[in-house]
Design a protein around this ligand. Structure first.
Ligand SMILES: Nc1ncnc2c1ncn2[C@@H]1O[C@H](COP(=O)(O)OP(=O)(O)O)[C@@H](O)[C@H]1O
Ligand SMILES: [Mg+2]
Length: 250
C-alpha cells in the first residue's frame, strides 16, 4: 500500500503540487493523468524520494520515504521522465551496474540481467552503447532498470512517450503482465492508454486532484456539452478529461 498524505511542493511562489492525498493498493494500476505542467512528474519524484515535498508525507508499505528511504526505495522501481543517462555504457553493462546497486552479485546478478533483457526485448542491442539506440530502445532500457529487482511498486513516468504505435502496444502489454499483485502508477497524457492498461485513473490539474475513479466511471461522467463527435470510449474519456482540466471548466 502506498499512502500519499497532504503533499504540497512549492517552487518559489509557484505551487506545483497542492495538498494531494490518495492511497494505492496492491493489484491496482493507477493511471495518473493531467495536462502538461499539471504536476504529474513532480508528484512521482516525491513518491520515489527524488524530491522532498514542501510539506506532507509518503509511505510505501508503512516505510516513510523521508525517514526510512532505503527500506522504501528497495520496494520501488522508477522510470523517470526522459531517458537513462549513461550514454557510453552498453545496455548489458548498464543493467549489470544497476543490478549491483540493487545488491545482486554472481549468478543471481547474471540471471536477473539476462531475464530482464529478454523480458523487455533488448537481446539484439544488449552489446550496443545506450547512445546508439533509438528512442524506443532507450525507453526499454529505462523500463529494464526499473523492473530488474522485481519491485513491488512501479512508478512509470510517461513510459510510452515517443514510441511508435507498435512499441506503445508492446510496452502496454509489458505493464499489464507486470501488474499482477504489484502497485503500478503510470503517468500519461494519452487517454487511450488509460482504458488499455489501468484499473483506476486520477486526473490532476494545477497540482490538485479533479477526478478519481475507474476509466469507465470517468467516461460516464463526461458532460453533454463536452462530448466529441466520437462517441466511442476514448472520445468520452477525452470529453471528461477536458471538462475537468480546461481552465474555467466546472
Ligand atoms: N525544479 C523546478 N523549478 C521550478 N518549477 C518547476 C520545477 N519542476 C517543475 N516545475 C513546474 O511545476 C509544474 C509541474 O511540472 P511537472 O510536475 O513536470 O508537470 P507534468 O509532469 O504534469 O507535466 C510546471 O509548471 C513546471 O514548470
Ligand atoms: Mg511530466
Amino acid at each position: 500500500m502506498i499512502e500519499i498524505s497532504h503533499i504540497t511542493r512549492k517552487f518559489e511562489h509557484f505551487t506545483a503540487v497542492d495538498d494531494l492525498s490518495f492511497t494505492v493498493a496492491e493489484g491496482e494500476v493507477l493511471g495518473f493523468l493531467g495536462p502538461n505542467g499539471a504536476g504529474k512528474s513532480t508528484t512521482m519524484k516525491i513518491i520515489t524520494g527524488f524530491l522532498a515535498p514542501t510539506s506532507g508525507r509518503v509511505t510505501i508499505d508503512g516505510h516513510d520515504i523521508a525517514h526510512d528511504p532505503i527500506a522504501a526505495k528497495s520496494l520501488i522501481g522508477y522510470l523517470p521522465e526522459g531517458a537513462p543517462s549513461y550514454p557510453d555504457m552498453t545496455v548489458r553493462d548498464f543493467l549489470e551496474f544497476i543490478a549491483e546497486i540493487r545488491g545482486f552479485s554472481g549468478n543471481e546478478k547474471q540471471h536477473r540481467v539476462n531475464k530482464v533483457i529478454s523480458d523487455v526485448g533488448l537481446d539484439d542491442v544488449s552489446l550496443q552503447t545506450i547512445e546508439t539506440l533509438s528512442k524506443g530502445f532507450k525507453r526499454r532500457v529505462g523500463l529494464a532498470q526499473a523492473i530488474l529487482h522485481d519491485p513491488k511498486v512501479l512508478i512509470l513516468d510517461e513510459p510510452t512517450d515517443g514510441l511508435d504505435p507498435n512499441q506503445k502496444h508492446q510496452v502496454r502489454q509489458l505493464i499489464r503482465n507486470l501488474a499482477k499483485d504489484k502497485i503500478v502508477i503510470v503517468s500519461t497524457h494519452i487517454l487511450e492508454e488509460v482504458s488499455a492498461v489501468c484499473s483506476r485513473a486520477i486526473i490532476i490539474a494545477r497540482g490538485k486532484i479533479v477526478a478519481d475513479g475507474t476509466p469507465a466511471e470517468l467516461e460516464a461522467r463526461a458532460p453533454a456539452d463536452f462530448q466529441t463527435e466520437q462517441q466511442i470510449a476514448p472520445g468520452r474519456l477525452e470529453a471528461f478529461f477536458r471538462s475537468v482540466t480546461e481552465q474555467g471548466a466546472v
